[in-house]
Design a protein. Structure first.
Ligand code: MN
Ligand code: ZN
Length: 664
């Protein structure tokens, strides 16, 4: 008796849990997809978690559904974590509702997935507008025989070395090799004056001649990039740089098929199946205007019908299933452009861009604009990701804060994510930053922080015992504004109060010492892979990275000894256009744009696995931050311009110039 009673209780508990999940599924479907469930039986059901986006394939789901009765149609929208089933009779749908709800199904990766079913009035799915390939796109199937595929794959001599030798690079889960010209991932172009020795592998030359003769391509390419993609990995959506390459770009898929996503700026997405041994030819609009990319996932949504091989994947969701990805190797052939691009897609043309590239400001108004766009805006956009890379405080800054008497009032001007605000609990610390998103992160961490400009801090003069300004002053775009920022720091200090200032150094190697980052990077291969994980993601290093500049230890660091103390004033940039700094290389200009490669929200994948709505991941945008890197002696000289301070200390710390000031 007693045992029975317990079993009933247990069942009730499970039922309650199940009902909760079912109602949650219903809620999510309505909220995110506009799918309205009804509370009375109909012939159609929406099957939450039974979608292609969950890794459930058509055959498997159908098998489970058909056990409840004859199925009239099963609609599986691409990338969605749900499906619609229409039963021939209401008995079937009722039985499915009654027996499959909360039941598990094993997905294609062997994971358990619980299904939640709800009745719907009508199984509907808004069809994709476009049913044709992007203009200018061509997929030639069986362009080479299996024998040639084998030969081509064997011809790639992947060296065991993961370094930069042999023009081979190891990106995260992806190996690449370049021929003809090396492709530079930091600016997505090639050095047109530096052809690589050796040309193309012989086997490629033969194949290219054949394609030319047969008319598949019109121009002989001179640049080849070989990419090896592991299943589950992809490439962010992008347009190949107009100014770098000619119109025709072709890519040979070997080893395994893939679905490539093409996207028009209007938002129309076309998924194109690239079968094994097929050639993708992109010309005209498809090459210049549409982005292309590969969504990282282990399965592609493909058409189930046997005859389907290459080309567009239609929105006939009654005919979609999953295809498991294998190791795919692509040979992408391009022709380096020698004349300016004059395509008719100026909105996406790097040569015809309406906005001129940022240049060194000639007035404080221009400086403000530059800072607005290339400092303030960028930090607001990258705040979360930036914060996730900034959690280890620097020892000497900690030391400074810990040495202050307890009860000191300290302002952190440009506090970022607030990593120094909680260092010494004995201090009254207040942070401020120009970025609201960064200030919000400080507030989430229960720190006192406010939004303000470092040139006008809303704090009474002489009210601070100490101030810190870490990696801030180098974001001001004129020498005058940098001095003004220092002046504002000094204004906050009481007589005798001290300020610690850090700015990026032009000299990234000092007294034969490489920065901590360089050493760390050498040790941690994992981190290095993280940095190298993609063409868009050759980012500043991830976790544990100091605020200083990073350089690749694999690359030689040219000596900066020629810059003598105090000589910075004479270093003028001949061209006022700001150069884009190549991450992990030394600086060649004091005023630079430093790329930040934004990475997505790492929590996202998880949500998809449970019951999130799977979709295409966002491509990784690149932001350019303006920096004025300081030369040896420059920071001190700027401080001396203030008058009411004395320099107590100045030093070099991991790629930064640093001073401790005292208000006189
Ligand atoms: Mn491309
Ligand atoms: Zn163009």
């Amino acid at each position: 008796m007693n045992i029975d009673h317990k079993a009933v209780l247990k069942l009730n508990k499970m039922e309650k849990k199940f009902l909760r999940k079912q109602s949650k599924a219903r809620h999510v479907l309505l909220k995110h997809e506009g799918i309205q469930a009804v509370s009375y039986p109909t012939q159609s059901l929406v099957v939450a978690n039974g979608g292609l986006g969950n890794g459930v394939c058509r055959k498997q789901l159908l098998l489970a559904l058909e056990k409840c009765g004859p199925v009239e149609d099963l609609l599986m929208p691409p990338n969605k974590p749900y499906a619609f089933v229409i039963y021939q009779s209401i008995e079937g749908s009722k039985k499915a509702y009654g027996t499959l709800n909360g039941k598990e199904i094993i997905d294609d990766l062997g994971h358990k997935i619980f299904l939640y079913l709800n009745f719907v009035e009508k199984a509907q799915w808004k069809k994709l507008g476009l049913q044709t390939l992007p203009p200018g796109l061509l997929v030639v199937e069986e362009i080479i025989p299996p024998e040639d595929e084998k030969l081509l794959l064997e011809s790639i001599k992947w060296t065991g070395d993961t370094g930069n030798q042999n023009f081979q690079k190891s990106l995260k889960h992806r190996r690449v090799k370049h021929f003809g010209y090396e492709f530079h991932y930091e600016n997505n172009t090639v050095d047109k004056d530096k052809p690589l020795p050796g040309g193309f592998p012989d086997i490629c030359n033969g194949i290219l001649e054949k394609w030319l003769k047969e008319g598949y391509i019109k121009h002989k390419p001179d640049q080849l990039t070989i990419n090896e993609y592991e299943p589950g990995h992809g490439i962010p959506a992008h347009i190949d740089t107009h100014s770098a390459f000619e119109d025709e770009i072709v890519s040979l898929s070997l080893g395994s098929a893939i679905v490539m996503d093409f996207k028009h700026p209007d938002g129309v997405t076309v998924q194109v199946m690239l079968p094994r041994r097929s050639l993708l030819v992109m010309t005209g609009e498809s090459r210049y205007l549409w982005t292309h990319g590969i969504t990282p996932r282990k399965f592609d949504t493909v058409q189930a019908s046997k005859q389907f091989k290459g080309g567009i994947i239609t929105s006939d969701i009654g005919d979609l299933t999953l295809s498991k990805r294998g190791m795919r190797t692509s040979f992408t052939f391009r022709k380096v452009r020698r004349t300016p691009c004059n395509c008719s897609y100026s909105s996406v043309c790097d040569r015809q861009r309406q906005a001129p590239p940022p240049s060194l400001p000639a007035s404080s108004k221009e400086a403000l604009q530059l800072e607005q766009e290339h400092v303030h805006h960028v930090y607001d956009e990258i705040a979360r990701h930036f914060s996730s890379t900034r959690h280890s405080p620097w020892p000497r800054i900690v030391e400074f804060l810990k040495a202050l008497p307890s009860g000191s009032i300290v302002a952190d001007i440009g506090c970022g994510n607030g990593k120094y605000l909680g260092i010494n609990k004995e201090l009254y610390m207040i942070g401020c930053d120009r970025s609201l998103n960064l200030v919000n992160i400080c507030r989430e961490r229960q720190f006192q922080a406010l939004v303000c400009d470092a040139l006008s801090v809303p704090v009474r003069s002489g009210s601070c015992d100490a101030c810190i300004s870490i990696a801030v002053i180098h974001h001001f775009a004129t020498a005058e504004r940098r001095v003004e920022a220092l002046q504002e720091l000094a204004r906050l200090l009481r007589p005798g109060g001290q300020a610690l200032i850090y700015v990026w150094a032009m000299e990234q190697e000092y007294k034969n010492q490489k920065s901590k980052y360089l050493k760390e990077n050498r040790i941690s291969q994992g981190e290095k892979e993280d940095i190298n994980n993609d063409r868009f993601m050759e980012a500043l290093p991830v976790n544990q990275m100091p605020d200083g500049v990073s350089e690749d230890p694999a690359l030689s660091v040219p000596s900066t000894n020629n810059i003598k103390k105090g000589e910075y004033k004479s270093r003028k940039i001949s061209n006022s256009e700001l150069p884009v700094h190549r991450n992990r290389t030394s600086f060649h200009s004091q005023d630079v744009l430093v790329p930040w490669h934004l990475k997505g929200n790492p929590g996202k994948d998880k949500a998809v696995k449970s019951f999130g709505l799977a979709g295409c991941p966002n491509p990784s945008p690149v932001f350019h931050r303006y920096y004025h890197v300081f030369c040896d002696g420059e920071l001190e000289a700027s401080c001396q311009a203030l008058g009411d301070v004395s320099i107590l200390q100045s030093y070099y710390d991991e790629g930064n110039w640093c001073v401790v000031l005292q208000k006189v």
